[in-house]
Design a protein around this ligand. Sequence first.
Ligand SMILES: Cc1cc2nc3c(=O)[nH]c(=O)nc-3n(C[C@H](O)[C@H](O)[C@H](O)COP(=O)(O)O)c2cc1C
Length: 207
Amino acid sequence: MKVLAIVGSSRKNGNTASLVEEVGKGTQELNADYEMLYLSDYSISDCTGCEGCSKTGICVIKDDMQKLYKKINDSDAIIIGSPTYFYNVTGRMKNFLDRLYTYEIFDDDDRGVWLSYNEVFGLKYAVTVAICEQEDISEMGVTSEILSKTLSAVGWRSVANIKGLHAFKKGEAKINDPLMNECHQAGVKLAKTVFLAKKVKENFNKY
Ligand SMILES: Cc1cc2nc3c(=O)[nH]c(=O)nc-3n(C[C@H](O)[C@H](O)[C@H](O)COP(=O)(O)O)c2cc1C
């Protein structure tokens, strides 16, 4: 089982990375092959809305996102995390999410009819992680929903959406034991979900 973890903060070993890493450790408990990367190490331009992907499902922009598409396609599960920046995900994360548009396909005549390639060829599974500085969850804004709703649109079902509060200094989230435990358990659940999906595919192929 391959698990890809994507961190949308440029702060290496920061709060997002700490929580994402703990979800990853949960998956490793079930022997997942786990890789974590920072979007800040990749050059990802914004989606130009050219619709170049609409016929083939392949994005025509030749930048580092092509490397990420390959990693994503090779993964069974995704862990994706962003700190809150002004009630939303980071700009880097938003660019990345917009580029997932290539995984959506629309009916030629009715754009109200659409689906994702993953829905047709096999759902994938995810855990989302959002972290913010303030104690009141309303200060997190739409960070968590942007992650989970975008993933859902491209055919990844989130088995857990972690919402961490009250972490500002680098790595501060690490000393929040209940939050770290929640992340760890989310990782275990993610790995178990992938195994269950594999079992269903093997044993119930008559469907
Ligand atoms: C540009 C910027 C905007 C931020 N906006 C918010 C916000 O709207 N609400 C909040 O609670 N924290 C906000 N924060 C705080 C971060 O979400 C918080 O420090 C987080 O733990 C950083 O995670 P990291 O260590 O992974 O970068 C903001 C931080 C920055 C740098």
